[in-house]
Ligand binder design. Sequence first.
Ligand SMILES: [Zn+2]
Length: 374
Amino acid sequence: MRAALLVSLLFLSQSCDKPTASRPFKAKVVVSTEDGYRWQELEFKYLQDPDRMRGDIGDIVGGVVFNIIFDTDIVKEDPESLYSKKGGDVKTDYLLEDGVILAQNMDTLAMFSLYKAFEICVDFWKDHFGLSLEDQKPSRLLYDPQYFFEVEGTRVSAVRKRNASYLLQTGDFMINKTSSTEHVPLKVNLAVLAHEYGHKIFNIQFARRDVTFYETKNKRAETQLLGINEGWADFASWLLTQRAHEFEASIPALGKERSLPVSWTNSQLIKEGGAICGGQYYCKGSLLASSLYELSQMGTWDAMTVGKHVFDALLTFRDDWEAHKNEETFDFYYFLIRIVNEFEEGERAGVCTVFKKWFDDPFTLESMKLTCPD
Ligand SMILES: [Zn+2]
C-alpha cells in the first residue's frame, strides 16, 4: 500500500511539474543594454523547443567531450571525430508567469540568454548584409563542453574557462563553462558571442566553409591570417553592439588589448612587442579593428557602410590569400588594399590616411604605396 502511494505521488509530481509554454515564446533573459547587463522579457523568433533549446538557427547541445589530441587527417575526412562524445539534448527548468518563461536555475537562464544573443547575431547578418538563414546555416552551441587529453598515457578530462570559440572543422560554437572570475558570464555577453559569430561570417565569406582553405606551408602567413580573422571578428562584434567596452563587462583586463581603439600603432608593436600587448596575433588584429572603428567614427561614412566594404573585401582578399599564402611576406596590407578599393575613388585617400596612421611601419607603408601614395 505504501509502495503504491509513493509511486502515485511520484507520478503526480512528474505529470505536474512541467508547464507548457506557447508561441511566441517569451522569457526573462540577461541582455546587454546601454546601461550594462539587465534582466529583460524578450520574445524569441527562432526558438522552437524551449525544453530542449532547439530552433531554426541551431540547437544548444550538452555533454559534448572534445578530443584535444585529434588526428588532423582523420578530422578532415570526418569532422565529427573531433568529439569523443557527441553529446545530446539539454534540458531546461522553468516556470511560467503570465506565459513568460522564468528560468529556475543558472544554466537555464544562461541558455535562454545565449539563444537570444544568437538570434540577435543571425538577424544582424541577415538584415544588414543579406545573409539568409540558409546562407548562415544552423549552428550547434556546445554548452559547457569537456575536453579530453592524455598525460603520460593517462586520459585526463578538463574544462576550459574564460573563453569561447568557433570551431572551423565542424562549424560549432564552444560555449565554455563559466569561471568565477568572469563578471558577466562570457556565454551571455553579446560582444563575445558576436565576436565568435564574426569568425563564422569570415568562414562563410572568406573560406567558403572550406577548412583546408586556411592551410599554408608558411607559419608566419598563418599567424597573419589569424590576426586578420581576430581583427575582423572584433570589428564585427563592435559593429553589432556599437559598444566598445563590452568585453570588459566580463573580463576587465581584456580592455587594454581589445577595447577599441587600442593605444598603440604597428611600429610601436613591432618595437616593443609583449611590453605593449601580450595577446600575440590578437594585438595586430586589434590594430585592424581599431582602424576600421576609426573609419566608422569619423563622420564621413556610417558604420554599416564601412562594415559592408570590409565584408565585400573579404571576398576579393580570398584571391590574395590563394596567390600569396606560402610567401614569407604575406601580411595585412593585402586586406587593407582590398578594403581601400571597395571605397569610391574620391574617398580612398581618406581611408588610406587612417590605415597609414595605424599601420605606420615602413614595411606596410612601402607595400601599400601604389594604392596609398604619399
Ligand atoms: Zn576570436
